[in-house]
Design a protein. Sequence first.
Lengths: 112, 116
Amino acid sequence: GENVEQHPSTLSVQEGDSAVIKCTYSDSASNYFPWYKQELGKRPQLIIDIRSNVGEKKDQRIAVTLNKTAKHFSLHITETQPEDSAVYFCAPFSGGYQKVTFGTGTKLQVIP
Amino acid sequence: DTAVSQTPKYLVTQMGNDKSIKCEQNLGHDTMYWYKQDSKKFLKIMFSYNNKELIINETVPNRFSPKSPDKAHLNLHINSLELGDSAVYFCASSPLAGGPSGETQYFGPGTRLLVL
């Protein structure tokens, strides 16, 4: 099965600084690379995704970059705000009826 | 206009009891899932149904039995509850397994199960 790891497992940044979370996967057939955000006590929700024909995608303060050769993709958050504090999950997927494997999660704390 | 809903939101019960969690989605999605999130926040898939058919059955004790009466509903029945079953159970749906956007997961609010 797919091995999916995230680093770091916890991350504390000062408000206004940038945060980067990396997701490493093992299945070279993966072609869909999403990031989910889970606030405390809430459900995970998709915040950004990228497909394997694109190297980078940006949406306001968040961006995702993909390195298919090295089998990793990263979430970048700029100008962090306290409301960015949450657990972030990656979930690379290879398509079809394969199961979705979520990463180990990264707890981000933004200190005001 | 709730997209994916679950009931109950909280469930506190004694060891050995049998309980059910219900899930409904009004997004018109073909695929539904059950996930378990433990105290360390790991999200692990348990089951997946595509249009009422079971397509993924992970290594889950057979005390857990999913049932999908139609493609908008997926229920989870748990027999003989154990302490280790305490977790948050999330239902999710996705548009179409195998389709171009079939992979995005839309989660329900979760059911917090505590077994005493």
